[in-house]
Design a protein around this ligand. Sequence first.
Ligand SMILES: [Mg+2]
Length: 72
Amino acid sequence: MRTMDQNLQRELITAVATSVIANAEELTSLDQAIGDGDHGINMKRGFEAVLTDIDGLATRPLPDALQAIGMA
Ligand SMILES: [Mg+2]
């Protein structure tokens, strides 16, 4: 089975997390139009937790890491 390079996996997860965190206000604005307006806040909180655990997430097999990120 091929595995992703851990440094690349770390960079990709970090890029997604920082992008979501940077755009949390826009996500919340979009959610205010169709929902309860907390999507950006929730996603920001989750991806901050992802960055806190980046060492563990970068070393897991990618499917496991993605599942953990989704749960966060
Ligand atoms: Mg909501």
